[in-house]
Design a protein around this ligand. Structure first.
Ligand code: IMP
Ligand code: MG
Length: 181
């Protein structure tokens, strides 16, 4: 067996931003907040693929009440590092969210265009409540007027990768979050 490590796929120009333990501690806090707000209210957490897959997986294990999950997949970046401004639905919701308590779970909010698009789309289904959770927020870059209810970390305007955030679709399997220098 050849000894391997995830460190083998970290390029020299990646700089550590948040370690896996910092990420997990923050997710515990967010899970507690969501649990306080939705105790016994059977929320449905909707993960925005692909980037929020790991965040959703870790978040729900820190919410101590009954809940459902679903996924939606949208695209606005392609393989670029800036939003194209055009959001496409690549995989629609499967669940019926009419009258439900919905929490949209994003990996990162940058321009806010994706969240704004999701908000309009979800409100058309008349959910009982609609809230937004994001692990990361580049608030200085957010041009859309969006109300984020649960934010992990506010970060400066740099492209970040790891913990399911991609570098041209790769590096999602890194456990920590890095800035590309
Ligand atoms: P927005 O529509 O500009 O707010 O961009 C939101 C989406 O773009 C996020 O959900 C991510 O999937 C992706 N994204 C934005 N910034 C980054 C980044 O720094 N690294 C990886 N993906 C990003
Ligand atoms: Mg995303």
């Amino acid at each position: 067996m050849i000894e391997t490590s995830l460190k083998d796929i970290i390029p020299a120009n990646y700089e550590l931003l948040f370690s896996q333990s910092e990420i997990q501690n923050k997710i515990k806090e967010l899970g507690q907040m969501i649990c306080d707000d939705f105790k016994d209210a059977n929320p449905i957490l909707v993960g925005v693929l692909n980037g929020a897959a790991l965040f959703l997986a870790d978040l729900i294990r820190n919410i101590n009440t009954d809940l459902e999950i679903d996924f939606i997949r949208i695209s606005s970046y392609g393989d670029q590092k800036e939003s194209t401004g055009h959001v496409k639905i690549l995989k629609p919701l499967s669940a019926d969210i009419v009258g439900r308590n919905v929490v949209i779970v994003e990996d990162i909010v940058d321009s806010g265009i994706s969240i704004r698009f999701l908000e309009k789309m979800m409100l058309a289904f008349n959910p009982k409540k609609l809230k937004f959770a994001t692990l990361l927020h580049k608030s200085i870059k957010t041009i859309e007027d969006v109300n984020l209810d649960y934010v992990g970390f506010d970060i400066e305007y740099k492209y970040v990768v790891g913990y399911c955030l991609d570098d041209k679709q790769f590096k999602r399997n890194l456990q920590d979050i890095y800035i590309i220098k």
